[in-house]
Design a protein around this ligand. Structure first.
Ligand SMILES: [Cu+2]
Length: 152
């Protein structure tokens, strides 16, 4: 404090410091604004099918499995429940933000536990990630192994 008192701050710099502190507060707020839903430490999500390394044909039937957690539609907000997200040829997203929604990050917000997809021939990676009512991964996050399949 004594050191700060002795530093001479000109009016322009004072304005800059004020803006910087507002910016810092905004960043801190944004980081905490998404409250993550708790999940059981032993919650597991996995593929019932296809299997790692499997060669499949279109339409590809993908079945989602979950243990020690319940599947619920996106509008249900309860601890240790969530809905599936299928990640296709993409890395895990930020785990403290809503999961993106596009062709690579697919939401199963009705509480679906399987889907049928038409995938281009060749290799693809698939991964499951649970999300809560706000489509945010749980704390701790519940995601599957990333599997590689080949579509003929
Ligand atoms: Cu979602």
């Amino acid at each position: 404090m004594v050191i700060l008192k002795n530093i001479h701050v000109r009016p322009g710099e004072r304005q800059m410091l004020r803006l910087l502190s507002i910016f810092a507060c905004t960043v801190l707020l944004a980081a905490n604004i998404f409250v993550r839903t708790p999940a059981a430490d032993n919650a597991v999500v996995y593929f019932l099918s296809p299997a790692e390394g499997e060669t499949v044909t279109n339409p590809v039937v993908i079945k989602f499995g979950v243990k020690n957690m319940s599947v619920a539609p996106a509008w249900v907000n309860a601890d240790n429940t969530g809905h599936h997200h299928l990640l296709i040829d993409v890395e895990l997203p930020a785990l403290n933000l809503p999961i993106p929604a596009n062709q690579q990050y697919r939401h199963y917000g009705q509480g679906e536990t399987e889907t049928e997809l038409a995938l281009a021939p060749g290799q693809h990676t698939l991964q499951l990630l649970m999300g809560d009512a706000a489509h945010i991964p749980h704390d701790p996050p519940v995601f599957s192994e990333r599997i590689t399949i080949t579509v003929r």
